[in-house]
Write a protein that binds this ligand. Structure first.
Ligand code: LLP
Length: 430
């Protein structure tokens, strides 16, 4: 069994214990935030978000891509605004995300609209906004986009999303670029689709796009996919189709567990992209989500009850799978630390939520110092794909969100959306 965590930096991310044993995010103690804003609570570090964007910008300096933040990772408009303040654009997948990006001040010419089943009204909203490109994933969608653009008397800029059929070597539930996935267009179909597109006067092919999966640690799948994209681009050019740009998607992994170390280095991703794509001389777009916001966020929860049952020592929390769904949905690992450091020897504990589902378990046999009722814990790496997946199951609130500025000032960026708010919405329909 491992020893208690030492005071000082924990293995990854902007989280550390201060000299008094208080867990801090970018040097701001977390317990007072829970006291002020309630629990469960999401807290994000603006400083870490900025640092991650700067890492990407410097790693990719040779390609100088347009970074379009994948809004799906964390769609709070204050988070998007913070990201956009670094000159970053947005990758959106619904009219809701499009509105969020615009509300956060992202300029339309830095917005790409992805998503496998965009509806006509969504296509029209994108056209009206004047976004950079629609990443199109089927012939039917091309026809719908052509019709929408015709109705509006305009021409839609299109990137065809290619499914390069590579094995992303990540969690099966989050791969997107292999045959059998619903995403993208078959690689070999692209040349004939490009020909067929010429029968649609209101769409204009400007780019190819791809995205092979999320939370990738190995660079080989990216490299294989970039090579395929480069080959296809050269082939299209040889038959007279010149592209304006390439969109190479997101997917760079980040550490979730101490053994992940620092996670993959964006320098290695940029090297693979530069090797295959720089010779083409085309502007590029990258669509990172998790890398930018993942480790910037934590979720705080309280231990409501402890309970012994058969051989198991349970910590029953005030947060459940409705607040942070990744463990229930993907069996994903989130590192969990007490808000107050303890040097007591860790014992295996089972952390579960209040939801009436057996999958509402965050961690099994997790070595943590013994925690009393009323103690608080933080789930690390909770900035991406956590608050966005929260829901009201079992009549529960959506947790509040707080953003820390570079100077550590805490701003409530969304209050909890309570059961009372939901009841009022329903009763208003009576
Ligand atoms: N571009 C496209 C077209 C995508 O589908 C995604 C993620 C991204 C970019 C951003 O990928 P990232 O850089 O964040 O890996 N909920 C899952 C992850 C789903 C990812 C969906 N697509 C999770 O919690 O692991």
């Amino acid at each position: 069994m491992s020893k208690a965590a030492p005071l000082g930096p924990v293995p990854f991310g902007p989280v550390s214990y201060d000299a008094t044993g208080a867990l801090c995010l970018s040097s701001t103690p977390l317990a007072p935030l829970a006291a002020q804003f309630g629990s469960p609570l999401y807290v994000y570090s603006g400083a870490h978000i900025s640092a991650q964007i700067e890492r990407l910008q410097s790693a990719f300096a040779a390609l100088n891509p347009l970074i379009c933040y994948a809004v799906k990772a964390n769609m709070n408009t204050h988070v998007i605004r913070h990201v956009a303040s670094h000159g970053v654009g947005a990758d959106v997948v619904s009219v809701g995300e499009l509105r969020r990006a615009l509300a956060a001040g992202v300029s339309p010419e830095k917005i790409v609209f992805a998503g496998v089943a965009k509806q006509p009204a969504e296509l029209e909203a994108g056209l009206e906004t004047g976004i950079l490109q629609f990443n199109v994933e089927s012939w039917s969608e091309l026809e719908a986009l052509n019709a929408a653009a015709a109705r509006m008397g305009t021409i839609a800029p299109v990137a065809l999303r290619v499914n390069p059929d590579v094995d992303a070597q990540t969690l099966a539930k989050i791969t997107t670029g292999s045959r059998g996935n619903k995403f993208g267009l078959p690689f070999d179909d692209i040349p004939s689709l490009v020909q067929q597109m010429q029968t649609l006067p209101h769409v204009r092919l400007e780019a190819l796009a791809m995205h092979i999966g999320s939370q990738l640690f190995k660079m080989q799948p990216f490299s294989d996919a970039y090579k395929r994209l480069a080959d296809l681009t050269r082939h299209l050019s040889s038959v007279g189709t010149t592209l304006q740009r390439l969109d190479i998607g997101g997917g760079l992994g980040i550490p979730y567990a101490p053994e992940d170390g620092d996670g993959p280095d964006p320098v290695d991703l940029a090297a693979a992209a530069t090797e295959h794509l720089a010779p083409l001389g085309l502007p590029t777009i990258v669509e990172p989500g998790r890398f930018i916001v993942g480790n910037a966020g934590v979720m705080i929860a309280d231990v409501v009850y402890t309970k012994e049952s058969y051989d198991h020592h349970f910590l029953l929390l005030n947060a459940g799978m409705n607040d942070l769904m990744r463990p229930a949905l993907y069996e994903a690992y989130h590192h969990i630390l007490p808000l107050q450091h303890s040097s007591a020897a860790p014992i295996p504990q089972e952390l579960a939520g209040p939801i009436c589902e057996s999958t509402d378990v965050f961690a099994k046999q997790r070595p943590l110092p013994p925690l009393e009722e009323g103690a608080q814990v933080a789930f690390l790496t909770a900035g991406a794909y956590c608050a966005v997946l929260a829901n009201h199951y079992n009549g529960r609130a959506l947790p509040a969100e707080v953003l820390l500025s570079a100077t550590g000032e805490a701003k409530l960026i969304r209050p909890a959306v309570s059961d009372a708010d939901m009841i009022a919405l329903e009763q208003a329909q009576a």
